[in-house]
Design a protein around this ligand. Sequence first.
Ligand SMILES: *[C@@H]1O[C@H](CO)[C@@H](O)[C@H](O)[C@H]1NC(C)=O
Length: 527
Amino acid sequence: MYKLITALLSGITLAFIGHLFIPLKTSKTSEIPKPFICPPLDKAAALNRFRGLISFPSISNISREDHVNDQKVFRDMVAYLVRSYPRVWKHLNVEQVGENSLSLLITWPGSNPDLRPVLFVSHYDVVPVTPGSEHAWTYPPFSGELADGYVWGRGSLDIKFGVAALLEAASTLLAPHDSGAAEEAGEDATGDLFQPKRTIIFAFGHDEEVGGGQGAGAIAALLRSRGMDLELVVDEGGAILLNGLRPITSQPVAMVAMAEKGNAMVEVTLRSPGGHSSMPPTDGSDVASQLWRLGTALKLVPTRTRLQPPVTDMLTHVAPYASGWMRPLLERVDQGPVRWLAGVLLRGFGGRELAAMVSTTLSLTRIRAGVADNVLPQEAVLGFNARLLPGQEPVQAVEHLQRAVKLARVNADVRLTEPGASWPGSKVTSSDGHHFQLLRKAIQETWQFDGQAPAVVPFLVMGATDSRHYAALSHGGVMRFVPYAMGDGDLGLIHATNERVRADSFTRGVCTYLRMMQLLAGSESEH
Ligand SMILES: *[C@@H]1O[C@H](CO)[C@@H](O)[C@H](O)[C@H]1NC(C)=O
């Protein structure tokens, strides 16, 4: 037995080392594009419009039938947007849709109706401030305070930044290029507008944080009823990480999520005869013994490790920025034995984020059992939250738990709860295609650090976004990225106390969105 294992291990190691010496078609770091000159923007005024948006406590709430705490806050907020971005409401077609008309669908018709539209998705609902934590905020959560180089407040990162920056970008593109000259020539100011060739659509949902069913779900249904075929969907999910992806690189990287995980709630109900707690059974039939066995079975038979796109793409894209022994490993991560080994290493030693990128995770999030201190429970209900890799279906999480139940020899039912709140892992958008090139160009032209453009890196995002409602309508898939920069501490502030975004990201982000609109919708070349 020992000899067999040694032989196997040596074989794998040799194959692995052999692979490192196979020459690769070099995936060179692309050249740094010429910086894009952003149209003039009154930075302070633009930032103030964004800060004003943060001041609305537009909290969505799953316990309420209409999914929001206060409809009036949303209506006032939309009225605020009308006042703040008048050019958008004047020149584009704005519809208030969704349950109670609380979401926005804005259409900017392209000059060529044969081209499929590109859809920019965001949302203006926010998660609540944890009751009792208000005093821990440096500035009140709905103040939109500008201080210490940040704009502070709930929703600044997630994701009123996106709504404000997209509207600001559209508004800038709608401005006459040179109003003075236009007036002198006696021209109508609207004669000088940018008109996209491809239709641009903005969809801003009002209940993304509670699933998006009444906002994005309703908008997607409306688009579908109109027979809409989309070219590409751009949604939230990634950002620019100023300190890179350590330990691979500490240079800035722009992370673009090309897929997102699916979600399933699976309930395991353990059954037991119960009885008096003074005489617990000795045959392992009590709830506690069954629970230990099930836990052990889940450790013995974990979900499968799968290093697959877009995580393999992530590793090959950062490879040129890595140094030492890591670089040859990352460059070859798509090759058989290297992929297998890398997957195992990432899951075992890469930390929780990387482990979650290479496996479907099963987290025990709820336990309900027991009626009295001296009564053995007859039942224990365990709620597992599964987060599914791309390509996996909710039923696969159920099957995995059924195998564990069998292995552990426990008396249990396994079922999917709330099928409506379960969905598969998303499709993976290609990072080889034309759209990714254009997105990379827009990012690298508008974000440069000491003359260096950030690496633009595909990845798999753990959270769910509104884009899943639109994904089926899109030919070119979904790319999830918001043009703002985050330092080490910033990522943990999403949904947390002291949520804040770098103020200097805002004008740059406006410029990136503007450039994306020009590149994705301004050219006839793609169908
Ligand atoms: C959500 O709505 C429920 C039902 O109206 C309410 O009791 C709860 O306080 C709300 N949650 C928040 C965070 O406001």
